[in-house]
Ligand binder design. Structure first.
Ligand code: GLN
Length: 242
């Protein structure tokens, strides 16, 4: 082991874990350990009061509206700590329902539910649900980002918020703007399940590198043999883009 280590907080895995989202944690752990760094994953459960003081990477998965609302109520209690973490460059990956929570509000039925206001965005709803495979081009990864989306929400970014990328196939934030997800400081919000990281090692390494840079001042990462991951990525890109 070299003497670098990363600490990951997995928020509410019992509630937010659609379409294998917990697999993202496994990828972050393995890609850290394969580079001889320690990786400590802590799950935050309902009833816990999370602290982000020594966290490097936080992860929030997706879930049904009902589960999302329960999580939002808990996270609102630590909104200030979470906001401080984000503003300090803490790394946060939030998928689908978790992504929607980052904004000012999201629409549940006819009710506008208050979000965490960590990022200038909001989510309303549309019909039909946006379902299917998705391919996105983003400057954080060399290969197109591939995955699966299934959401009723339509997310709208404030003028200063960058999208994660441009939709090459699929729907993304709202089905018409061509924008997918958001990038803000070291936060990635995205509608991409899959889980996201196994077929997109570039995204996983971007998150790990940002976390290392923040903790140790150096984002240098030893290369890994990603032949299988990249073959899986290419298969989906070819299938979707022809
Ligand atoms: N409940 C949200 C929606 O449908 C998020 C769903 C999800 O996380 N897949 O928009």
């Amino acid at each position: 082991m070299n003497n670098r280590a990363l600490r990951i907080a997995h928020l509410y895995p019992e509630l937010l874990n659609l379409y294998g989202d917990s697999g993202n944690i496994l990828v972050l752990r393995r890609r850290t350990e394969w580079r001889n760094m320690e990786c400590d994953v802590r799950e935050v459960h309902v009833g816990d009061r999370p602290s982000f003081a020594d966290v490097d990477i936080a992860f929030i998965g997706g879930g049904s509206d009902r589960e999302q609302r329960i999580v939002c109520d808990y996270l609102l209690e630590t909104q200030q700590e979470l906001a401080a973490f984000v503003e300090d460059g803490g790394v946060l990956l939030a998928v689908c329902g978790g992504y929607q929570l980052l904004g000012h509000s999201y629409l549940m039925g006819d009710e506008e539910v208050r979000g965490l206001s960590l990022i200038d965005l909001y989510t309303d709803r549309g019909s039909p649900r946006l379902i299917g495979n998705i391919v996105v081009e983003s400057h954080i990864a060399q290969q197109p980002i591939v995955g699966y989306e299934n959401h009723g929400g339509r997310t709208h970014l404030g003028s200063g918020v960058e999208p994660l990328g441009r939709v090459l196939s699929g729907y993304g934030n709202d089905g018409f703007s061509g924008r997918e997800g958001c990038l803000y400081h070291n936060v990635v919000g995205t509608y991409i399940h899959g889980p996201l990281l196994p077929k997109n090692p570039g995204v996983a390494d971007w998150l790990i590198a940002r976390a290392l840079e923040r903790r140790y001042g150096s984002s240098e990462l030893a290369p890994l043999d990603d032949a299988e991951e990249l073959a899986a990525n290419r298969t989906m890109v070819n299938r979707m883009l022809g």
